[in-house]
Design a binder for this molecule. Structure first.
Ligand code: ZN
Length: 401
């Protein structure tokens, strides 16, 4: 049993939603593991309130999305507002934490713990207000959309966005509560992961002509991807609303070889690239694939069994909402800070937009603290998020419609 009784050490008032946030943070939902214990916690509360959440599980049933539609006062469930959050968190492996990442702790006006910023505070604030939301006479429906495996490529979000988008009358707007310091973000890059598997031929390292060195060919692919990235940096396309205003690409994981005296048969290269909206991810994948085919031809000249496999492991579409659109307008009216800044990280907002639901990102906490050791969220950010959700409740229960 974990002790979740965080004690404030500064003068900041403790946000009312803190118990829910602490409860969520204390359930370890690292993406490699199941998220079911956390989902059960959410379901239990929803059922306690007489609500009927719906699961959208993954193929082997080890993880699930959770959707809850709160109908409008007239009973209708069409249209409405999606509040979207992911339930998983990134690993703490190899990180040095000052306190247990899964025992939330308040120090100096901040709540520390894995997922405090990314993004259990947003979900916690919603769960805190769920009794009022459920009891309210809403002018339009509210849909809670909680996903799995966001941190490994928005895997759950793909199904979740598609399912909501496929409803007879889909929700009209979506607010994704990723940490944006409560700024309303209408654009982010696409995020793509491509794996290249080089299969050569092993041989004793003294007999190089008998082998096909998979690492050597993989190395050529690595430099080709760097060339691709350099060319985007030099020639664009550009979008100055981004901190890094061009499409980025790089090989961030590589593995190959078994011994210094053996020509390596296998080498795997994993590339991450993020396009701005003016650049087509399919064109980048095409370019990488053509390069791979060329290297395969060269390898086969050494031995016909050699091959190069190209796998698109994950793809999250970019987001390019209008700052004049309904999602942006709603989020700013609820107290989100208006900005034209776009963010470099991918989110499920791109998936909702792709499913025909106007989406923006607006959530508490700073992305700079997400994924890091000693992840934290300022208590003020939690308070700002509480005000945002309260403003939503007010807006949806105004009797003058
Ligand atoms: Zn996140």
């Amino acid at each position: 049993m974990r002790n979740t009784g965080a004690v404030p050490t500064s003068s900041n008032p403790v946000p009312a939603s803190l118990p829910w946030i602490e409860r969520l943070v204390s359930v370890d939902t690292t993406s490699r593991d199941t998220n079911l214990p956390l989902i059960e916690l959410l379901e239990e509360e929803m059922q306690r309130l007489g609500l009927t959440p719906e699961r959208l599980p993954n193929d082997d049933g080890t993880k699930t999305n959770l959707v809850l539609t709160l109908p409008a006062a007239d009973g209708s469930t069409g249209g409405g507002i999606v509040l979207s959050g992911h339930t998983d968190v990134v690993p703490v492996d190899g990180q040095e934490w000052s306190s247990d990442p899964f025992v939330p702790q308040i120090r100096n006006g901040r709540l520390y713990g894995r997922g405090t910023a990314d993004m259990k505070s947003f979900i916690g604030v919603i769960m805190h207000r769920l009794p009022e939301l459920a009891a309210a006479e809403l002018s339009e429906p509210v849909h809670l959309a909680f996903s799995y495996d966001e941190e490994v490529g928005c895997l759950g979000g793909a199904d979740l966005a598609a399912a909501l988008g496929a409803r007879p009358e889909p929700p009209r707007v979506c607010i994704v509560g990723e940490p944006s310091s409560m700024r309303v973000i209408a654009g982010h890059k696409s995020s793509n992961v491509v794996e290249l598997v080089f299969r050569g031929r092993s041989a004793h390292s003294s007999l190089t002509p008998d082998g096909v060195n998979a690492i050597e060919y993989a190395a050529r692919a690595v430099t080709a991807i760097r060339d691709l990235a350099d060319s985007r940096c030099a020639h664009g396309p550009f979008d100055d609303n981004y901190l890094v205003p061009w499409t980025t690409a790089g090989v961030n994981v590589i593995s190959g070889g078994i011994a210094t005296n053996t020509v390596p048969e296998l080498c795997t290269v994993t590339c991450d690239f993020r396009t701005i909206a003016g650049d087509d991810p399919a064109a980048v994948i095409d370019q990488i694939t053509r390069q791979a085919r060329e290297l395969e031809t060269q390898m086969r000249a050494e031995h016909p069994d050699a091959s190069v496999e190209v796998n698109v492991v994950a793809q999250v579409p970019s987001l390019e909402s209008s700052t004049g659109g309904p999602a942006y307008r709603l989020a700013t009216q609820l107290g989100g800070t208006a900005t034209t800044d776009k963010v470099t990280y991918g989110t499920e907002a791109g998936q909702f937009a792709n499913a025909g639901i106007d989406a923006v990102v607006c959530g508490p906490g700073d992305i700079a603290q997400a994924h890091a050791a000693d992840e934290y969220i300022e208590l003020d950010q939690i308070a700002a998020c509480e005000q945002f959700i309260d403003a939503l409740l007010d807006r949806l229960t105004q009797t003058d419609g």
